[in-house]
Design a binder for this molecule. Sequence first.
Ligand code: SF4
Length: 320
Amino acid sequence: MELVGIARLAFRSELLEAKREVEYFELPSRSILNRTRPNMPFQWTINPYRGCEYGCKYCYARYTHEFMEMAPEEFEDKIYAKSAAAHLLRQELGRIDRKEYIAIGTATDPYQPAERRFGRMRGILEVFARERGRHLTITTKSDLVTRDIELLREIARRNVVGVNMTITTLDEKLARALEPRAPRPELRLQAVKRLSAAGVCVAVFPNPIMPGLTDSEQALDRLARAAREAGAMSLGGGPLFLKPSSQAVMLPFLEREIPELAARYRELYATSAHLSKAYKDALALRVQRVRERYGLASGMIEYRPEFWEGEEQGELFPLQ
Ligand code: SF4
């Protein structure tokens, strides 16, 4: 059959971009809590998903797909949901000290789009809602965390819980380029506002702070002010490190989009994934100045909301 009119035009059209396809897999898991190295500020981590659709150019966790013999880019397209996450957590929690910190979302975002379908994070929070005296933090770039506000309040009655909202920049254009499929910074700030209004402890994390992109005092100041106004209590602040699997995505991105920075990055990360001590020290002082300007703490806070029912009560009147 001969194509005519719009059908013929469509047939001859040049492909501009193929629609991204994301594949989801169930990852059989034997455990959900992972022990960290001794010098970390938290002792356990939980990552309900492997791979992350947000596709941040600098993402350090791409190496986790290398273990599965996949290319760094596949980290964004092949997402693995850990099986029986809540069930495993219920079994494993009994074996760990209540005072030890558990950090959720250290490698991949627990509220990435897959969470809407598979609800692994929600299942995990439902387990914590029945606990008391636990210490946990949740790190995300997604306003989907507000879906779980009531659960977070329930957890916060008897446990110490904090949400770390990652916002690397308030510049919408830069955020779109660096974090192409993550929620806009404005949506993340609105989530901070809603969480803090509900009495949930929130920190804003500018991590990773990127040389020449987000590390100026002006940019950090703007972010800290917005964080404070939204009700955040603390401000994180760690510099970018780039493992080879992350360099494989970040460096070509810079060459394409911000060529004037590409050579500098090649030089900065030529021999190590980490920046120099001198840079890190100067950055730490800059972040500290900004924190002090807005009365923001650093690190984790043992925050007790008004509705705290706490473990002290349980210790004073132990259940028989
Ligand atoms: S949100 Fe986090 S885990 Fe996901 S791609 Fe970005 S940096 Fe990586």
